[in-house]
Design a protein around this ligand. Structure first.
Ligand code: SF4
Ligand code: SF4
Length: 513
């Protein structure tokens, strides 16, 4: 379907449970990865002949390795509390996009092959054989889940559909049925260093161009250093920040913060990507290999601190997994056994949290009075904040519970006079995914992305109409790219989305350090 033929569903008053439209999204699926890409990252090039045996063997391996997956397969009582909580169900009405139904795609196969009742009386316990049709259904509906974890907030047993989706994608990859978009990006990171495939010289050019633009705008020499050995801080940020709009406005903001506070910093060509699509495909080896680039860069450059830019899933990986993947982080899980982790731990400055989110970094400087703002510079904006799912439900920030909600809002309030919250039930822990997370930010899934954005668009429409909101801030590169694309389908201007550090950039007072 051509992009111009895709129509957004009509906005409704929130909350609204849609009419069921069975099969509405049955034909929706992303492009399958080609042989070259699959093999480059260590998976079979195409669907293997013995896919049935291999898929079940992989499933057995994952059930043994991840206790949570086995609990999730067994514990669901079909209470229905999660049924109307997924943005893809709310936007499409397809009952298979209810989280419980999405889990059941795998649970039915689990029952057939891994439970006694399912082996003896399959039809009595809803057990299904893993047929080619079922495998195709997995490919379709496990790529209609952004792994946002919203459903798990409402499940009385804490069942996390995101983990089920990750397991399904890992099984699909293991039999040669991988997704083009995510796997191409992973291959690009291994080869070039970032999701966008920007080589070192292109990064250098971009950063030089930024320095010239800022000098022209402000008269001040704000630096965007690359690969500087001995810098205090290594900033690891999504590669979209180097290139895409509005992402680059936040990169400009980070540089101004470092400049105003007088702290030396550097970006790195080796660690020119904070994102880690290894998590989206549920594959530990890819997750670790990508994360290790950051450790290598930190060791090469001899930095004392590692700060992560505005990217939701990158912060989840850094906050929750870097510890055991790389030895960066609280408790430094690997530090006792891995010589590189030991070396890094002796190098990093333990007076600071490691890793640190750029919002924690900026908020700390605000509280210390090291940076200040001309808030009136943002007076043309009435700002609201979209909590990004991976930050909201899979990480924290700062020293207090809920810091991941409060710190970005505190920064916005420090640099803008007009701030408005969207409706309760659509923010904080219960925020909706933007619709493009979890490896779905590809144009072959545009129809799904537009439908998945519906609940957020409804909440935004309310504050735009009633309170004049004209800027939605967020701290995720995927949210920024997704909203830029889908806002016009809902009658909004694409430029009304931007980063928290875009607001910082507009209002920060630049000293002459
Ligand atoms: S997209 Fe989010 S709410 Fe929907 S099933 Fe997946 S994890 Fe649950
Ligand atoms: S809320 Fe939990 S127990 Fe209830 S149907 Fe959903 S996954 Fe199953």
């Amino acid at each position: 379907m051509a992009e111009t033929d895709i129509k957004a569903p009509p906005l409704r008053e929130y909350p609204c449970i849609p009419m069921l439209v069975p099969g509405a999204m049955a034909g929706v699926k992303p492009y399958v990865a080609n042989e070259k890409v699959q093999e480059e990252i260590g998976f079979p090039g195409k669907l293997v002949d013995d896919w049935h045996e291999r898929a079940l063997a992989k499933m057995g391996e994952l059930l043994g390795k991840y206790r949570s997956l086995k609990v999730f397969m067994d514990a669901c009582v079909h209470c229905g509390a999660c049924a109307d909580k997924c943005q893809y169900f709310l936007g499409s009405g397809d009952p298979k996009n209810m989280p419980v139904a999405r889990q059941d795609l795998m649970r039915s196969v689990y029952r057939r092959h891994f439970t006694l009742a399912g082996k003896l009386f399959p039809s009595l316990v809803g057990a299904r054989e893993l047929t080619r049709e079922v495998l195709d259904e997995w490919y379709s509906y496990y790529h209609q889940c952004s792994e946002c974890r919203r459903c798990s907030v409402f499940c009385p047993y804490g069942i996390d559909t995101a983990e089920v989706t990750m397991a399904a994608r890992e099984i699909l990859d293991s039999v040669g049925y991988g997704q083009k978009y995510s796997n191409e990006i992973i291959a690009k990171v291994h080869k070039i260093g970032n999701n966008l495939g920007l080589p070192g010289p292109a990064l250098e050019n971009t950063l030089e161009g930024l320095e010239e633009d800022i000098k022209e705008d402000t008269g001040i020499d704000v630096r965007y250093p690359l690969d500087v050995k001995g810098a205090e801080v290594l900033l690891v940020t999504p590669s979209a920040d180097f290139f895409a709009e509005p992402h680059i406005e936040s990169l400009i903001g980070y540089g101004k913060v470092f400049h105003a506070a007088g702290i030396s910093w550097t970006l790195s060509t080796k660690a020119s990507e904070a994102g880690n699509f290894g998590m989206f495909i549920g594959n530990y080896e890819q997750l670790r290999k990508i994360a290790l680039r950051v450790r290598e860069a930190a060791l090469d450059l001899g930095v004392k601190r590692i700060v992560v830019g505005e990217c939701g899933h990158a912060w989840r990986v850094a906050y929750a997994f870097w510890n055991t993947l790389t030895g960066i982080g609280a408790g430094a899980g690997l530090a006792k056994s891995d010589p590189f982790a030991i070396q890094l731990q002796s190098q990093l400055d333990h007076r600071y949290r490691q890793p640190m989110h750029i919002c924690e970094f900026t908020w700390d400087l605000i509280q210390k009075g090291a940076i200040s703002f001309d808030r009136e510079a943002n007076d043309h904006r009435v700002v609201t904040f979209h909590d990004s799912c991976n930050v909201a439900r899979a990480s924290r920030m700062g020293d207090s519970p809920g810091g991941q909600f409060e710190i970005p809002r505190a920064i916005i309030r420090a640099c803008a006079n007009h701030y408005v919250e969207m409706a309760p039930g659509t923010t904080h822990e219960q925020t909706f995914c933007c619709g493009g997370g979890g490896g779905l930010l590809t144009d072959d899934l545009l129809d799904l992305r537009i439908k998945g954005a519906l609940p957020r668009m409804e909440a935004l429409r309310e504050v735009a109409d009633e309170q004049g909101v004209n800027f939605m801030a967020t701290i995720c590169a995927i949210c920024k790219a997704q909203f830029t694309k889908v806002l016009p389908y809902y009658g909004f201007n694409m430029s009304m989305v931007g980063g928290v550090h875009q607001l910082v950039s507009t209002a920060i007072k630049l000293g002459d350090k």
